[in-house]
Ligand binder design. Structure first.
Ligand SMILES: [Zn+2]
Length: 417
């Protein structure tokens, strides 16, 4: 039968859509892609010819059951182009290079000595430069960057990162000026959420909430594969859900936010104050070193040593340290309460808990689940599963690279870096 659908001039949206379908279907013949996108066979064939020439897709001959001659299926070409992603957390940069299917081919980390915006930017530029030198083949001329705090994805700036005390950090413009690469900025936990949704614990999940717990807390709200940004990119800032209007002051200027009770910084501060009040713990040696650094005024043996961290508390809790477990349980109580509110409001199929602390061994996820169960509406709680993220340390960098992969046609057209 003659195909009566109109021939549409291939535009970028249709071309990226064809790439997305080719990446998602098991057996993407030209006909299957046309059906899926309601485009004519001619339009799809024109697009496919273009994409084959750019090295974005490849053809494979397969034997289709019931047919005499072999059929041709399309697949993303995983041999030519690489996408670059970077993410900053726990005082270090993680870099990855992936193929077009999101498989990590190379990775690298770079420790950043100071938690200042200048050190953050300088190390990003030098780190990217040296990492990209090690990646063979064609690199799409862009970089996805997972950054802390509230991020304006359109302008490429960190508006504010309250847990670090940063304001207005022009990341995108700096990267573009120094490296000549388009920078696609995204909040680091939103990036991790995207990666878990595509390749990890959230794969195939319709309504997903990813919660990253580190020095700060934020979430990715993902529906049908689409990340919700909100009107001005603050969708998912659950660290500032207010738990108590008379609570301690938060970095955002308000009082009693989830952040001041449940972030890694909050866990570390609680452990330090319990130790100072005379309680014993395996964390005492660390706390003593911290006190010594303070007394030495920054020039002693432990100068520059970070505060007692959430990581240290979670590690001690996993070893059974009673004081650390108490701090973790207190954080989990507030996290569970915050998550119960999210369950009631968004009614997700799944909540994935990640971030540097969420991925650590120990009882955090189980404690959070118990708390959420006791506060959420049973109807909504019965529909949700809560589990730990499945992707490792490079999850945020992989999610940032996804932002480049989503526009691979545009970047491939510009040529390689
Ligand atoms: Zn706050």
């Amino acid at each position: 039968m003659r195909d009566r659908r109109p021939i549409i001039v291939p535009d970028t949206i249709n071309i990226e859509a064809v790439l997305s379908v080719v990446g998602g279907l098991k057996a993407s013949t030209r006909a299957a892609v046309a059906r899926k996108l309601a485009l004519s066979r001619t339009t799809v064939s024109t697009i496919v010819t273009k994409l084959l020439a750019l090295g974005l897709i490849a053809e494979k001959n397969i034997q289709i059951e019931g047919r005499g001659r072999p059929g041709i299926i399309l697949d993303l070409d995983d041999t030519r182009w690489k996408a670059i992603g970077a993410e900053y957390h726990s005082g270090k940069w993680s870099f990855v290079a992936t193929n077009l299917k999101g498989k990590i081919l190379a990775d690298q980390t770079l420790k950043v000595q100071l938690a200042s915006p200048e050190a953050f930017l300088d190390s990003l530029i030098t780190g990217l430069r040296s990492f990209m030198d090690t990646v063979p083949g064609s690199i799409l001329p862009a970089v996805g960057i997972g950054a802390p705090g509230l991020v304006d994805c359109d302008r490429g700036i960190i508006i504010r990162a309250d847990d670090l005390g940063w304001k207005q950090v022009d990341v995108g413009p700096a990267v573009e000026k120094k490296l000549g690469l388009e920078a696609l900025l995204i909040n680091r936990n939103r990036a991790s959420g995207l990666a878990e949704a595509r390749f990890g614990a959230g794969r195939g999940v319709h309504s997903l909430v990813y919660i990253g717990i580190g020095t700060g807390i934020s979430a990715a709200l993902i529906n049908a594969g689409e990340l919700m940004n909100g009107s001005s990119f603050s969708a998912g800032e659950i660290g500032h859900i207010i738990m108590d209007t008379a609570g301690p002051v938060c970095g955002c200027g308000k009082r009693g936010c989830l952040h001041v009770y449940a972030s890694g910084s909050a866990m570390g501060e609680r452990a330090a104050s319990l130790i100072e009040s005379g309680r014993t713990s395996s964390l005492m040696a660390l706390a003593a070193a911290k006190a010594e650094a303070r007394e030495a005024g920054g020039s002693g043996k432990f100068a520059g040593m970070p505060e007692l961290s959430g990581e240290a508390v979670c590690a001690a809790a996993a070893e059974g340290d009673e004081l650390a477990l108490e701090c973790l349980s207190e954080a989990a109580r507030f996290l569970g309460l915050g998550i119960a509110n999210i369950i009631n409001t968004f009614n997700p199929d799944k909540i994935v808990i990640g971030g540097p602390l969420g991925l650590m061994d120990g009882p955090l996820v189980d404690l959070v689940r118990i708390q959420a169960a006791s506060w959420a509406m049973p109807h909504a709680f019965n529909a949700v599963t809560i589990e730990r993220g499945r992707l490792g340390d490079y999850v945020g960098a992989l999610g940032a690279a996804c932002r480049v992969l989503d526009r691979k046609y545009t970047f491939a057209l510009r040529g390689e870096y």
